[in-house]
Design a protein around this ligand. Structure first.
Ligand SMILES: Nc1ncnc2c1ncn2[C@@H]1O[C@H](COP(=O)(O)OP(=O)(O)OP(=O)(O)O)[C@@H](O)[C@H]1O
Ligand SMILES: [Mg+2]
Length: 244
């Protein structure tokens, strides 16, 4: 699904934020990325999406080299990658349903986007996605009137409407209470197990990473210091990620 090859990134020619990182992500898996604050987790997701310029290395997504492809191919690949961010990243004044439809705007003619006239099949798909995350009852409510947990679930429904194959989640539970955090991670886990999506999720909570992921990557000061199946993770491995 995803292959990262010797990825190196610095900001403003300063210290390296990511140093020679390589790993592969198998399809239909849930990978948790752990690491202290400032380790480079968000930068890694930005590099995968090509939102920042890499200093070196390659990012392969479903066989396509995103670091060396046309703008059109990059756009096409990005339609299959959805993001769920730490800060709820919905259009605040739009309804849950409209936010889901936003995941497919680029395939519609401009007039439909301007007038907000969507094909019935797409509306059905977006409603089904909201039903999947159990938010059908708030489909027509403005995003900024939803709770944090509901907003994250709308972001997941948007990813489903987008028909993404890969979800990159950057601390999706950072602003949520423990119970809601379980609901959101459980939902991501079930999309992986039941719908075959691939999840890569930055997390700060080791226990939750152990509970929900198949595999753990550990980043420390821009270096990949750990890459192993979750069930093999020991406390000394955790120490390796978080040692100062
Ligand atoms: N836009 C930027 N300009 C300059 N430096 C940046 C920028 N974004 C991140 N950095 C630096 O890159 C390094 C990695 O930051 P990054 O945000 O990727 O860490 P992180 O692991 O996501 O941290 P956190 O857990 O706090 O979210 C840090 O040293 C940070 O200061
Ligand atoms: Mg971050």
């Amino acid at each position: 699904m995803l292959a990262i090859e010797n990825l190196t990134k610095s900001y403003n020619r300063g210290a390296l934020a990511l140093k020679d990182i390589s790993f592969c992500i198998e399809p239909h898996t849930f990978t948790a990325i752990l690491g202290p604050s400032g380790a480079g987790k968000t930068t890694l997701l930005r590099c995968i999406l090509q939102l920042v310029k890499l200093d070196g290395g390659r990012v392969w997504f479903q066989g396509q080299d995103l670091t060396n492809c046309s703008a059109k191919d990059l756009r096409n690949s990005r339609t299959q990658i959805a993001t769920v961010a730490q800060q709820f990243n919905l259009v605040r004044r739009r309804s849950a349903l409209e936010n889901c439809l936003g995941g497919r705007l680029q395939e519609l003619p401009l007039w439909r986007c301007f007038l907000g006239v969507f094909p019935i099949s797409l509306l059905n798909e977006a409603m089904a996605a909201l039903e999947r995350v159990q938010l059908l009852d708030v489909a027509f409510q403005r995003a900024d009137r939803l709770s944090g947990g509901q907003q994250q679930r709308v972001a997941i429904a948007r990813a489903l409407t987008q028909r993404a194959r890969l979800i990159l989640a950057d601390e999706p539970i950072a602003s949520l209470d423990p119970e809601t955090a379980h609901i959101v991670l459980g939902l991501l886990r079930s999309l992986c197990t039941q719908e075959g999506l691939t999840i890569v999720c930055n997390l700060h909570q080791v226990e939750l990473a152990k509970q929900y992921s198949d595999r753990i990557l550990g980043i420390q000061a821009g270096e990949l210091v750990l890459d192993m199946p979750t069930h093999q993770l020991s406390s000394s491995d955790i120490n390796r990620i978080y040692r100062s």
